[in-house]
Design a protein around this ligand. Structure first.
Ligand code: FE2
Length: 262
């Protein structure tokens, strides 16, 4: 299965991801070894620390693709941004300073602050949807608001949002609670794609192949295929399959013991 990664901090020297070109090329080799063929470059934008304007990302993406080609690394990269939820977002859209996950401007990778879900989140999402944009909520499993009240995700997905789960969350890199929440978001059909959110070689690295292997084993092959197909649909601006969703509280925690048979 060829994998598509739609959230990755591999573009060199622009945020807290790859710090320079040699590191970015090293990460790119790791990605290829994982079976990843396409990466959406998503440097942080408007998160209070990093600003990566659309024009700069476009220019740097072209330069990075040339460097990949020169190094014979078979990876195709696309320009994107991890867009932070901020009151400035609508103005940035008006100023044409936002990159989407697809060229047609349908899907927006939206990062909420880790500390919680700001009060104006629903209003902003409504405004985005009124402009024909589908927000893809980045790693909800790592957000303290969804960790405290996982059922709030139901309302966001029900209202038309999609979600991006981070492969390393599913593998326990951020602890058991985040791993369990990721599993339950998948079981509730509220998880649409796996992405790496890779920043470096250790800790927050690719781990996409491992996540898909776990998914095939613990759910089934079909779910693994579906999540990867969804990623391809998003980058192409196509519709994403939506299964019937449940609230996270309605999913069962995984049994860790052999059940008694009647
Ligand atoms: Fe990120």
């Amino acid at each position: 299965m060829t994998l598509v990664d739609l959230h990755c901090h591999i573009l060199p020297g622009v945020d807290d991801g790859a710090k320079d070109l040699p590191m970015a090329l090293g990460m790119a080799r790791d990605a290829v070894a994982q079976g990843i063929s396409h990466i959406l470059l998503t440097p942080h934008h408007m998160d209070g620390e990093y600003t990566n304007h659309k024009v700069d990302v476009l220019r740097k993406t072209t330069a990075f693709q040339e460097a990949l080609d020169a190094a014979n690394i078979p990876l195709t990269v696309f320009p994107g941004q991890e867009v932070h939820l901020t009151g400035e977002l609508l103005r940035a859209l008006d100023d044409d300073d936002i990159l989407f996950m697809d060229e047609g401007g349908k899907y927006l990778l939206l990062e909420l602050p880790h500390s919680g879900i700001p009060e104006y989140t629903e209003d902003m999402i409504f405004e985005l949807q009124a402009r024909g944009i589908t927000p893809v909520i980045a790693h909800p499993e790592r957000n303290h608001g969804f960790q405290k009240e996982p059922d709030r995700l139901y309302d966001f997905v029900q209202s038309g949002c999609l979600t991006q789960l981070t492969s390393s969350s599913y593998l326990g890199v951020f602890g058991k609670n985040v791993e369990t929440l990721t599993e339950r978001i998948i079981t509730s059909n509220e998880g649409f794609i796996f992405s790496s959110d890779a920043h470096n070689f250790k800790g927050r690295r690719f781990l996409m192949a491992e996540a898909f292997n776990k998914l095939s084993k613990e759910q089934d092959e079909k779910t693994a295929k579906l999540l990867n197909e969804n990623a391809k649909a998003i980058i192409n601006g196509d519709s994403v399959s939506r299964l019937e969703i449940k609230k996270v509280s309605e999913t069962r925690k995984k049994h860790r013991f052999w059940p008694f048979m009647n």
